[in-house]
Write a protein that binds this ligand. Sequence first.
Ligand SMILES: Cc1cc2nc3c(=O)[nH]c(=O)nc-3n(C[C@H](O)[C@H](O)[C@H](O)COP(=O)(O)OP(=O)(O)OC[C@H]3O[C@@H](n4cnc5c(N)ncnc54)[C@H](O)[C@@H]3O)c2cc1C
Ligand SMILES: NC(=O)c1ccc[n+]([C@@H]2O[C@H](COP(=O)([O-])OP(=O)(O)OC[C@H]3O[C@@H](n4cnc5c(N)ncnc54)[C@H](OP(=O)(O)O)[C@@H]3O)[C@@H](O)[C@H]2O)c1
Length: 337
Amino acid sequence: MNKSKNMNKKRVGIIGSGPSGLAQLRAFEAAKNAGLEVPEIVCFEKQSNWGGMWNYSWRTGVGKYEEPIHGSMYKYLWSNGPKECLEFSDYSFDEHFKKPISSYPPRPVLFDYIQGRIKKSKVRDYIRFDTTVRWVNFNDESKKFEVVLDDLKIDKTYTEEFDYLVVASGHFSTPNMPYFKGIEQFPGQVMHAHDFRGADPYKDQDLLIIGSSYSAEDIGVQCHKHGANSVTLSYRSNPIGVNWPDGIKEVPLLTHFEGDIAHFKDGTSGKFDAVIMCTGYQHKFPFLPDELRLKTKNNLYPNHLYKGVFFNNLPQLIYLGMQDQYYTFNMFDAQIL
Ligand SMILES: Cc1cc2nc3c(=O)[nH]c(=O)nc-3n(C[C@H](O)[C@H](O)[C@H](O)COP(=O)(O)OP(=O)(O)OC[C@H]3O[C@@H](n4cnc5c(N)ncnc54)[C@H](O)[C@@H]3O)c2cc1C
Ligand SMILES: NC(=O)c1ccc[n+]([C@@H]2O[C@H](COP(=O)([O-])OP(=O)(O)OC[C@H]3O[C@@H](n4cnc5c(N)ncnc54)[C@H](OP(=O)(O)O)[C@@H]3O)[C@@H](O)[C@H]2O)c1
């Protein structure tokens, strides 16, 4: 009896065990503990640990199994939003740390907090680590997703079927990398914020940063504090416009390079040692076919998602955390309710 009931159970696949995938897993676990019948759940995670972005990697480029590196965080990253805005409603910072902590914690402290709640459950058992979702096909006859998976550790590809698919793979990993005329002749380092791991290499350098959002501000200030000779932030739409300390300034958009000289829209120019593109990220789902893929820019209301979560054309497909992120961990919990 029980066996046949189990065999008829729906299967839910979750792609990613970052904060949004973990929120989904925890919600199923909580429902189960409350005596509700829950579907069979499998979460696929291409990294060797959970935490998504918060699972810091010193690596850039590709990982030990040649997968593109997911992480865009750096060693000395501190939260840019007050912790009070992302606190779980059922697990406070005070409860986790047993004492009050400051509003803007450093990265490892937030990682510890995220893990604190999840470690109280058994959800780790649902996660297949070192497993990349390679491709997804929706079978119109069976109404199931056929998910092609790579077990990276043993280099084996296999397929499993699911009734529902939750895409919680994040959207701050694939750099948006614009081209500027002459950049191929620039003699110094050119990279994207995705590959930034620390400010020390820019000590005594004249650094050009393109962009005027969170990464530009944070990386610019960090390089200044770690001894960059000068930091110039080049904006496309609007400057950040704060009262910068000596050594940091903002200029309009870069137009082109001549060797190590950068020219800007207002006719000014400057000589630089290195360029960091803080030009944001693309929503990228290389494992999804055209008709299932969310196509959106980074904004608060991505199109094609009912309630910001269910894919309009196929509600069995669920996207978590695809919005630009002000509220994060508690927003993911709310999306799952
Ligand atoms: C530089 C930076 C700083 C940030 N700072 C803050 C901050 O201070 N406070 C804050 O609240 N938020 C911050 N964020 C936002 C951060 O993205 C969220 O806090 C949170 O990590 C998003 O959770 P997520 O689970 O949706 O995505 P992610 O954390 O990106 O996790 C996605 C997971 O999916 C996995 N995955 C991806 N593709 C596949 C695949 N094909 N197969 C299997 N697994 C896959 C990845 O390995 C990863 O583990 C920051 C983001 C960046 C880039
Ligand atoms: N310490 C922290 O907690 C921290 C640090 C860094 C990042 N983050 C998080 O990381 C996420 C991503 O932030 P982000 O700053 O990397 O990306 P973002 O907020 O999407 O900003 C992208 C920036 O790049 C500019 N840009 C895009 N294309 C451009 C082009 N072709 N030429 C010139 N400029 C261009 C944009 O300018 P326009 O305004 O013209 O579009 C914008 O200023 C956010 O959730 C943020 O909170 C957190």
